[in-house]
Design a protein around this ligand. Structure first.
Ligand code: NAD
Ligand code: ZN
Length: 389
């Protein structure tokens, strides 16, 4: 095959032209990587609730981000070419792009207390790379890159600090899930919450993120794991991932937190909000036990406020949040891939649908209707890609 290194690549991408409108499949141009950048062929991507929210709720619960843009941030692919000064990647490497970088250099990266690397942060939030531009364009117009990634494109360019190199035998059509939802939920339980053996846990919202949190609680040895969702179709899968019981708030009069406090004789040790709703966040906090209850906010909303009754905190409950499950991304995502290969982590069970790129709006719809956990988007349907079974 002829090398495409150094050339502009023309390929297909799903472009979001404006908020609130479905994506449209376009021919885009992807420029070669600049200094410390890597161009990747995206093989598989998922649609995360955060993509949905950014398209349909931008400017509401989410900060406004410039359009047009290419969404998508949960993916896996192969390096096509590298820009100047890239030392850690070579063409052909299997990789997972990262919406949260790890530069190993900033004060955050040097601290064991956090995974919130500051490198390129402000730029990534507004859809541009380090030099202030994006590498994707459509008919000469710049198209912004969601969180510095943009995986709803057959090719994309990311910073070399926003990319994890993974083992050659990793199946890309499974491990793409470690680029966001599964790592986030799992890490919320084992890193942020630090769930202890024999504890009791409540997980609000049983999408991919919540199911992964349940998986984390189970691996940590929790004795009781209560799954909560207003869609009872999610309960069967929640039990497969380790929920010991499930509750539908709609089947109870009164507050769900009161139901949980009653069920657990005072409240759960850990609660995880995996919905993205301020009201559910308050319910999660209030469902924890006083003295040591820990509430972890995983759901993503940016500009809304949640209600916290001071006494809840005064009495020793802890309230915190997590971005990407606390994982230091470049270094720990490859280890999560190893854990999947060793069968410590489930991934296959999250994938409920497979769709080609041109049906990506269907994947958004399935997610919103609660009919899917994760739809795998195959970016190369016509290629009979052996990587996507
Ligand atoms: P999803 O849409 O697949 O799942 C959300 C679930 O919440 C659905 O099953 C829905 O029925 C349920 N739900 C809705 N309202 C509810 C209520 N009032 N009570 C209980 N359950 C309710 O979404 P997902 O992809 O699993 O993502 C979940 C959340 O995590 C989103 O807010 C997403 O933006 C966020 N997220 C955060 C990070 C992070 O780094 N913190 C990363 C990825 C996703
Ligand atoms: Zn850093």
């Amino acid at each position: 095959m002829m090398s495409t290194a150094g050339q502009v690549i023309k390929c297909k991408a799903a472009v979001a032209w404006e908020p609130g409108k479905p994506l449209s499949i376009e021919d885009v141009e992807v420029a070669p990587p600049k200094v410390h950048e890597v161009r990747i062929k995206v093989v598989a991507t998922g649609v995360c609730h955060t993509d949905w929210e950014n398209l349909y709720e931008t400017g509401k619960g989410m900060k406004f981000r410039p359009f047009p843009l290419v969404l998508g941030h949960e993916a896996a692919g192969v390096v096509e070419s590298v820009g100047p000064e890239v030392t850690n990647f070579s063409p052909g490497d299997k990789v997972i792009p990262l919406f949260l970088p790890q530069c190993f250099d900033c004060d955050r990266c040097r601290s064991p207390k956090t995974n919130l690397c500051r490198k390129n942060w402000a730029n990534a939030q507004v859809g541009i790379l380090a030099d202030g531009t994006s590498r994707i364009s459509c008919n000469g117009q710049q198209v912004y890159q969601f969180l510095g990634v943009s995986s709803f494109s057959q090719y994309t360019v990311v910073s070399d600090t926003s990319l994890a190199k993974i083992r050659d035998d990793a199946p890309l059509d499974k491990v793409f899930l470690l680029g966001c939802g599964v790592s986030t939920g799992y890490g919320a339980a084992v890193n942020t919450g630090k769930v202890e053996k024999d504890s009791s846990c409540a997980v609000f919202g049983l999408g991919a993120v919540g199911l992964a949190a349940i998986m984390g609680c189970q691996i940590a040895g929790a004795k009781r794991i209560i799954g909560i969702d207003i869609n009872p179709d999610k309960f069967e899968k929640a039990k497969l991932f380790g929920a010991t019981e499930c509750v539908n708030p709609k089947e109870h009069n009164g507050n769900i937190q009161d139901v949980l406090v009653e069920m657990t004789n005072g409240g759960v040790d850990y609660a995880f909000e995996c919905v993205g709703s301020p009201a559910v966040m308050t319910a999660a906090l209030e469902s924890t036990i006083d003295a040591w209850g820990m509430c972890v906010i995983v759901g993503w909303t940016e500009t809304e406020a949640m209600n916290v009754v001071v006494e809840k905190i005064l009495m020793g409950r802890k309230l915190t949040g997590t971005y990407f499950g606390g994982w230091k991304s470049v270094q720990e995502v490859p280890k999560l891939v190893d854990d999947y290969m060793k069968k410590k982590l489930k991934l296959d069970e999250f994938i409920t649908h497979k769709l080609p790129l041109d049906q990506i709006n269907k994947a958004f719809e399935l997610l919103k209707l609660g009919q899917s956990i994760r739809a795998l988007i195959n970016l190369w349907p016509e290629e009979n890609n052996p990587e996507v079974a």
